[in-house]
Design a protein around this ligand. Structure first.
Ligand code: F6R
Length: 590
């Protein structure tokens, strides 16, 4: 949700800021803007649409050494030049990521009439009013939280000062450090072209950046903060010859899943997982794909771990009364580690004394810092807005939890872990032999409605497959519990309606197959993705055959097929695959 980059230093700032914004475009991309100082004057340029529009109108070589930039995902006010950031009121120029919930009340206190529809301009005016009274921006920042309800990461320029001020509450912001100057950014990838060194700005903190030093304040007092080094290569944030980040990330799966699994089975797997013995019940919470991963994980944990598991979307869970048991574990799943609803669930549970564990990708993210226990997946930087490799790494890690409990309960043998040895080459075969997937994509690209059918784990996988297709190709699709179809939705099946059935659950195979028969006899164009043998060729027009494996890893294989299918449909429809309309990668607002 919105990306912020700022730079102050000895080198010219515009190219750095634009470059940083480009790598943050996944956070929002409906308009962009920049404020930069030239000879003591702050210049502002804002453009509707992508960052290229801004870049094209900017002389990147201007002598400017301080600036703040922003790429927007609209919350208050439509995407247009007027509503885009930076907002300037009086002595204050700022860029904002987050939502100011009490902006209507703040507005009433202003002696200023906002010209945009945004909460951010109201905030700029409010800060300016406070600043005019005290003439001391640090004291304004130290009291801001008492006045503002909502979330904010801010980069601020103050008229007449060669400094950047930064503050955050419930929205992410990091500080980049380099020999020639210092940065603020919503996320580390924004600064990787220039430096791998960064400091975390923690929740409720603010900072002042000058060209050669940075001071971070907590509760009004200066604090020391370790300088961290990004582990990995900046190439991780480049396409490396792939047409899209989504395809690159799909192709990275053999490696990143291997890295994730190895991280936990290499040394003393049974000991690393032994904490699970302490719990009698588990809740798993996440949003979107992370929630879908939780559904698959719950199915495996119940089956092999023999433990009650509930799964919920974070935006609902946070407002639902919970009946925690004595030894209850809350697992929150998040790629970014910044999703507002998931973070709120984590905080609520901690307040209630519940042990919290996170499965998370981004190191040092808010969720990673605040959870009692952290299990990192090793997906690396995920740039495409639609998640692929982080989701399958989440599945891999959840299956390792289920394996452990299965081994402990005598349902599985310890050699079950050898399943993971074959996974990489099985995924590679799917990636290489994608002709059939492309065929199906060609067929469905012009259809209006697609149905995914499955039961149990297959149903959970259907939900993710359907989400993937919808978000990148804009095709309408629905995931259906196969047994539920005839309770209404089957009325939508007509001649040629694509129905994609996932059949990997051996026990329920015949049941789902009966549902496939029901749609085929109503004219559906049937596509089956399965690791079982199906002799009756009248049941499908296309069948994608997967290797037979346990459900512990089978879901990952299914999903690679479904990701490729979504990708190719979007490609044939010429969609903006890495940045689908209206979406943003990191959802830091409620
Ligand atoms: C879908 C997608 C989203 C995210 C969701 C949660 O492709 O990426 O549904 O899964 O917004 O995000 P994280 O995992 O960052 O908490």
């Amino acid at each position: 949700m919105c990306g912020i980059v700022g730079y102050i230093g000895k080198e010219k700032c515009l190219e750095k800021i634009i470059n940083g914004l480009e790598s943050l475009e996944y956070r929002g991309y409906d308009s962009a803007g920049i404020a930069y100082k030239v000879k003591n004057h702050i210049r502002i340029l804002k453009k509707e649409g992508r960052i290229t529009n801004l870049k094209n109108d900017l002389d990147l070589q201007q002598d400017s050494f301080i600036g703040i930039g922003h790429t927007r995902w609209a919350t208050h006010g439509r995407p247009c030049q007027l509503n885009s950031h930076p907002h300037q009121v009086g002595a204050i120029t700022l860029v904002h990521n987050g939502i100011i919930e009490n902006y209507e009340e703040l507005k009433k206190e202003l002696q200023y009439e906002p010209i945009s529809e945004t909460d951010s301009e109201v905030l700029a005016a409010y800060i300016n009013q406070m600043y005019q009274e005290s003439q001391d921006i640090l004291s304004v920042l130290s009291t801001l939280e008492k006045k503002i309800i909502g979330s904010y990461a801010l980069g601020i320029l103050v008229e007449g000062e060669d400094k950047i001020y930064a503050i955050r509450k419930d929205s992410p912001l990091i500080i980049g450090r380099s020999e020639d100057g210092n940065f603020i950014a919503s996320d580390v990838p924004a600064i990787l072209q220039f430096t791998k060194k960064y400091q975390l700005l923690l929740n409720h903190e603010y900072a002042v950046l000058e060209k050669d030093h940075v001071i971070i304040f907590q509760d009004g007092k200066e604090v020391e903060r370790e300088v961290l080094t990004f582990v990995g290569e900046k190439e991780a944030t480049m396409k490396n010859g792939f047409a899209h980040f989504m395809l690159k990330e799909i192709y990275e799966q053999p490696k990143v899943i291997y890295d994730t699994v190895q991280c936990y089975i290499k040394d003393d797997y049974m000991n690393q997982m032994a904490f699970l013995d302490e719990f009698d019940a588990i809740d798993i919470v996440g949003c979107g794909s992370a929630y879908h991963a939780g559904l698959v994980g719950a199915s495996l944990l119940k089956k092999y771990g023999d433990i009650p598991v509930q799964v919920a979307v974070a935006s609902e869970y946070r407002y639902t009364k919970q009946f925690y048991q004595k030894n209850h574990l809350l697992i929150v799943i998040s790629q970014s580690g910044e999703t507002a609803d998931t973070l709120a669930v984590l905080r609520n549970a901690k307040e209630q004394g519940i042990h919290t564990l996170t499965i998370v990708n981004v190191v040092g993210s808010s969720i990673a810092r605040e959870a009692d226990q952290v299990f990192y997946i090793k997906a690396g930087v995920e740039v495409a807005v639609a998640t692929t490799k982080a989701y399958t790494c989440q599945l891999a890690l959840l299956s390792l939890f289920a394996c452990y409990l299965g081994i402990k309960r005598g349902i599985l043998k310890e050699d079950v872990l050898s399943l993971y040895d074959d996974l990489g080459s099985q995924i590679e075969t799917i990636l290489k032999e994608d002709a059939l997937i492309k065929d199906v994509a060609q067929f469905i690209q012009n259809k209006n409605d697609i149905f995914y059918l499955g039961r149990q784990v297959d149903y959970a996988l259907c939900m993710e497959a359907s989400l993937k297709l919808k978000e990148v190709s804009y095709l309408h699709s629905e995931a259906y519990a196969a047994g539920e179809l005839k309770h209404g939705t089957i009325s939508l099946i007509e001649e040629g309606t694509p129905v994609i059935s996932l059949l990997t659950d051996e026990e329920l195979f015949l049941k789902t197959l009966s549902n496939v028969k029901e749609v085929v006899s109503r004219g559906a164009f049937s596509v089956i993705i399965t690791n079982q043998e199906i002799m009756d060729k009248t049941l499908y027009q296309k069948m994608i055959q997967l290797p037979k494996t346990l459900d512990l890893t089978g879901g990952i294989l299914v999903m690679v097929v479904c990701q490729l299918l979504a990708y190719y449909v979007a490609l044939y429809k010429e969609c903006d695959i890495d940045k689908p309309r209206n979406l943003a990668k990191s959802v830091t607002v409620e």
